[in-house]
Ligand binder design. Structure first.
Ligand code: AMP
Length: 470
């Protein structure tokens, strides 16, 4: 199948040729004709499937073929996205696919001055890509009105809900013309998303190019169980051991990001970071440097997780698992794109077992575990199942009983608790390991250095060895 056979016009076909897009991806093959015909679309498409071109190409065509010209402070196509980075990226896609067309584009998002965005809106724009909060700000200040909006696109709708944009979305829906085309894309489909779809879509064409909630099969994924405090050393060890030279690294906290970035930097890697506390220009610069290969390692918190379009990324390392299971799918969606094979490795500690179980339930598979010699977890990561269950939850440590001295009786020592416990017995090693388990400790700024060294290491945890990086 060719792009021409989908009914795209020459200027778009030329741009696709320049970009070296030979054949439409499955989501494009389905979405392009549907969007061209003006229908609503509900798309369950994984990141990396080419969904941006799936909606951008036909919308560009409709914009050129159907007037009227846009008035001042108006937009004709409105694309809502969850993050600033994705806004920039979708804008870039529209500009690349629509090169040479007489259309105006703008990305509007928070964290940067609103004035330039207001200025650009004065003339009106054909495509406005926006995050929900900034869009409503602009609307309140009359910088943009919605009466000319002919198409609404919700990109990564599940992520928008995760980020708490439900109210903003409702406000936008209420302000838009009822007569319009609506396209809703989401990598994962929860009940909330279905509820939104039911209220805003009319007779949508359903597009599902892969089982919803599944991760791409061309990505090799595995988990390395490890104690939380040993994550930085294990990370550096794996990177060095495997000669991993180009990776996107996810960490839970900003402190964790800075900590790992400093380690990488010290070890001589070219590294940059993305997190929410960085000013927007610095975040975009970091992404750009990573994309162009100026830096090989990009360490990021979740803000960078979704939708970032990074080609040919062979490796994603989750130093921490995401809190929201869907984010795992989005994170590792950075790799294995457009048919390339990728690798996604996650360092998992005992207190992340619930997250691991949730992820495995979502992707409907149990991730293989591979312990790294020298880094075996003292705090066992409980077994999980693809149904989302933690199979063997570590039991709460029980106090061993003080044997009651019964004159004349032979004292039998076993593991069974007895009615009255003594307090001065050593706990069995496994129980002591669990007693110091990570599940109970609160996380703090730096996820890797919170644990106070225990007075004594457990003598024999499961597969226990001294935990030192090489
Ligand atoms: P997306 O899922 O929209 O983020 O796109 C994923 C990546 O695939 C982007 O880097 C696109 O440039 C690329 N891409 C999209 N469609 C095609 C295509 N038909 N042929 C080759 N690459 C494509």
């Amino acid at each position: 199948m060719s792009f021409a056979s989908l009914g795209l016009i020459d200027p778009l076909l030329r741009n696709l040729q320049d970009l070296n897009y030979q054949t439409p991806t499955p989501v494009q093959a389905k979405a392009i004709p549907a969007v061209l015909s003006g229908k609503d679309v509900m798309g369950a498409a994984q990141t990396g499937t080419g969904k941006t071109a799936g909606f951008a190409l036909p919308l560009l065509q409709r914009l050129t073929q159907h007037g009227p010209a846009v008035s001042s402070n108006r937009a004709r196509v409105l694309v809502l996205v969850p993050t600033r980075e994705l806004a920039e990226q979708v804008l870039q896609s529209f500009m690349a696919y629509g090169k040479g067309l007489d259309l105006r584009f703008l990305a509007a998002y928070g964290g940067v001055s609103i004035n330039p965005q207001m200025m650009k809106l004065r003339k009106g724009v054909d495509v406005l890509v926006a995050t929900p909060g900034r869009l409503l700000d602009l609307n309140r200040q009359n910088a943009v009105q919605f009466d000319q909006v002919q198409t609404l696109v919700l990109d990564e709708a599940d992520r928008m809900l995760d980020l708490g944009f439900a109210r903003e979305l409702d406000a936008v829906f209420a302000a838009l013309p009822a007569q319009r085309q609506t396209l809703l894309f989401s990598a994962t489909f929860t009940d909330d998303i279905r509820a939104i779809a039911a209220t805003i879509l009319r007779g949508p064409v359903n597009i599902s190019v892969s089982p919803p909630n599944a991760t791409a099969s061309n990505i090799k994924q595995w988990v390395v169980p490890v104690d939380k405090r040993n994550k930085p050393e294990l990370f550096m060890h794996l990177v060095a051991e495997n000669n991993w030279e180009h990776a996107l690294v996810f960490v839970k906290t900003r402190n964790g990001v800075d900590y790992l970035a400093a380690m990488l930097d010290e070890a001589g890697y070219a590294v940059d970071t993305i997190h929410g506390d960085k000013p927007q220009p610095a975040r975009l610069r970091a992404l750009e440097r990573f994309k162009t290969g100026e830096v090989n390692m990009l360490v990021a918190t979740d803000v960078a997780a979704r939708g970032l379009d990074i080609d040919d990324l062979p490796l994603v390392i989750n130093v921490d698992l995401p809190i929201v299971a869907q984010d795992y799918v989005h994170r590792i969606g950075r790799t294995g794109r457009a048919g390339a094979s990728g690798v996604a490795v996650s360092l998992v500690c005992a207190d992340e077992a619930p997250q691991l179980a949730a992820i495995e339930a979502l992707i409907r598979q149990t991730l293989p575990r591979e312990e790294e010699p020298g880094f075996e977890a003292e705090h066992r990561v409980p077994q999980t199942s693809a149904t989302g269950q933690i199979i063997k939850k570590p039991k709460k440590p029980k106090k061993p009983k003080a044997p009651q001295a019964v004159p004349g009786a032979v004292q039998v020592l076993n593991n069974k608790p007895r009615p009255q416990g003594g307090e001065n017995k050593r706990k069995p090693a496994a129980q002591r390991a669990v007693a110091a388990g990570e599940g109970t400790s609160p996380s703090s700024g730096n996820p890797f250095s919170v644990r106070k060294p225990r007075s004594k290491p457990a003598s024999k945890p499961v597969g226990g060895r001294s935990k030192r990086g090489p």
